[in-house]
Design a protein around this ligand. Structure first.
Ligand code: FAD
Length: 504
């Protein structure tokens, strides 16, 4: 069946950080927005990042001052706007005498501290390591600096909620399969990836925010626009049992000039990454190679007393950076900055290249500056100071105290996880729940039917992976039998919904 829809101002392709960030900003300025995501929100690169809200100390070596300044400034903005999802993090950088000299690191950190205003984040300093640190004995000196950490996929879901609150239409499992222009208007074919149904959507402007798919989104369509050269760079992470007790992360320098982060993750684990390798093929099929695994394991074993092997790898993930090809030699040297390309040869088409999780808000504001030429009546900037859904609380500790009082029957693990996942939306998730039994079926580690229903109804979750790897990280903990139980529950839900559609 092919239905014709009303005319939208903006059709956004891609439900990653950039698509949802633009959707929220545009909808908040009064544009009529529809966003299509072919899979789950954040199922592309935006759930496979190192999860840092950072200026990118390494980018200073590549003279990326514009990017670093903008990204550094965003740390404080985002810490204010979504404090349950984004938290300050201290990084330790051990000094290796045969790698970057101390004066160079000191100068870099001075610049890092000075390029942007810091309100809450402490500055950098030199440190000495001793027996209480987890590093090998030969490492005596180092440095410490501040950045922040983010739950990347939950930030994307939260931005989609923000866009929906401002009347954007967010469609997941909805793939853009064809576009054509007529009378300065786009006609876009969307395919429902579950039912196979096709729908035609009319839009005055398209934003292509399809990340690593940016070069192939319009394959098969007769388009005048020729996309720019994209360089796909794969990066992988491994998750191992917790390497060290402290809350600080480590930034390890490698002999090849790259750096690898070792980050405390989900209380009991450590996240290690990333690699940089040119990639060809379908981005959804990217995965870690044995060589990349060894690369990450070797660098950790060079710095840490605790030694790991591939047997310690509990989980791994790969993401593909959608970078504009600037002709640089090695994959790690390609600019991480973003570029927006507006083409009006057929009808307005704005294409997004590159971009970091950290700079999504600035990227969206830049996109709005381009769109203002087409929609001069739209509202002005608003995202710098407005907090995101779930951030209606004084401080994370005050929120946790309040939740603990109100839901005293819940376990401390549940309360901590709810506070850092849903923030003040926890109250909505637990509306009408007076005791643990009201949560319904228990799938393990505090994941209940109530929470799963909330993820499906309010956060667009549909599959086991959506729930266990993107709305939560409980995939690290659930046993196969518990996963099967969750699968069964989701199947039951889907059947009930389909039956309701049939009888109404
Ligand atoms: P994506 O998240 O890939 O979103 C694009 C979406 O478009 C996908 O969900 C896809 O399913 C959808 N799509 C594609 N084609 C279609 C279609 N035809 N119809 C409908 N939907 C479609 N940044 C940081 O700030 N901090 C970090 O620590 C950091 N670490 C990183 C580590 C690695 C290994 C990588 C790879 C990147 C890292 N980044 C980091 C960068 C950041 O993750 C990415 O730049 C960002 O996530 C890109 O977001 P996006 O929205 O452009 O793309």
């Amino acid at each position: 069946m092919n239905q014709l829809s009303p005319i939208h101002d903006l059709l956004i392709i891609g439900g990653g950080i950039n698509g949802t960030g633009i959707a929220a900003d545009a909808a908040g300025r009064g544009l009529n927005v529809v966003l299509c995501e072919m899979n789950d929100l954040a199922s592309g690169t935006s759930s496979a990042s190192t999860k840092l809200i950072h200026g990118g100390l390494r980018y200073l070596e590549q003279y990326e001052f514009r990017l670093v300044r903008e990204a550094l400034g965003e740390r404080e903005v985002l810490l204010h706007n979504a404090p349950h999802l984004i938290k300050p993090m201290r990084f330790r950088l051990p000094h290796m005498p045969h790698l970057r000299p101390k004066w160079m690191i000191r100068a870099g950190l001075f610049l890092y501290d000075s390029l942007s205003r810091r309100v809450t984040l402490p500055g950098s300093r030199g440190i000495k390591f001793n027996d209480s640190d987890p590093l090998v004995e030969s490492l005596k000196d180092g440095f410490e600096y501040s950045d922040a950490w983010v739950d990347d996929s939950r930030l994307v879901v939260t931005l989609a909620q923000c866009a929906r609150e401002k009347s954007a239409d967010i469609r997941v499992r909805s793939k853009c399969v064809g576009v054509s222009a007529q009378n300065n208007m786009w006609r876009v074919e969307l395919k429902n990836e579950i039912t196979g149904e096709l729908e035609t959507v009319l839009a005055r402007c398209i934003v292509n925010a399809s990340g690593p798919w940016v070069g192939q989104s319009f394959d098969g369509s007769q388009m005048a626009y020729k996309h720019r050269d994209v360089r796909l760079v794969k990066g992988c992470h491994i998750v191992v049992p917790r390497m060290h007790a402290g809350e600080e992360s480590y930034m390890l320098q490698n002999d090849d000039g790259r750096v690898v982060f070792v980050i405390p993750y989900e209380h009991d684990f450590t996240l290690i990454g990333t690699t940089d390798e040119d990639f060809t093929g379908d981005p959804s099929e990217a995965e870690i190679s044995e060589r990349e695994k060894d690369y990450l394991i070797n660098i950790v074993n060079t710095y840490f007393r605790k030694q790991i092997s591939s047997a310690d790898v509990l989980h791994s993930f790969a993401g593909v950076r959608p970078l504009l090809d600037d002709g640089e030699g090695s994959a790690s040297e390609v600019s991480r900055d973003y570029t927006l390309d507006m083409d009006t040869s057929e009808a307005p088409l704005l294409t997004v290249y590159g971009g970091k999780i950290t700079t999504y808000r600035c990227l969206a504001e830049s996109a709005m500056e381009e769109l203002e030429k087409i929609f001069p009546q739209m509202g002005g900037p608003w995202t710098q100071t407005e907090v995101l859904p779930g951030s209606q609380f004084e401080s994370p500790s005050q929120l946790l105290d309040e939740l603990t009082k109100r839901f005293s029957w819940a376990s401390s693990e549940q309360l901590c996880r709810w506070a850092s996942s849903y923030g003040s939306c926890t109250y909505k998730m637990l509306e009408g729940v007076d005791c643990a039994a009201d949560l319904g079926e228990d799938f393990g580690f505090g994941l209940s039917a109530r929470e799963v229903d909330y993820m499906c109804e309010q956060e667009w979750a549909f599959s086991v992976d959506d729930i266990l790897w993107r709305r939560s990280k409980l995939g690290l903990r659930l046993e196969p039998l518990q996963v099967a139980k969750l699968e069964g529950y989701l199947l039951g839900r889907k059947k009930a919904i389909t039956a309701a559609w049939t009888y109404t």
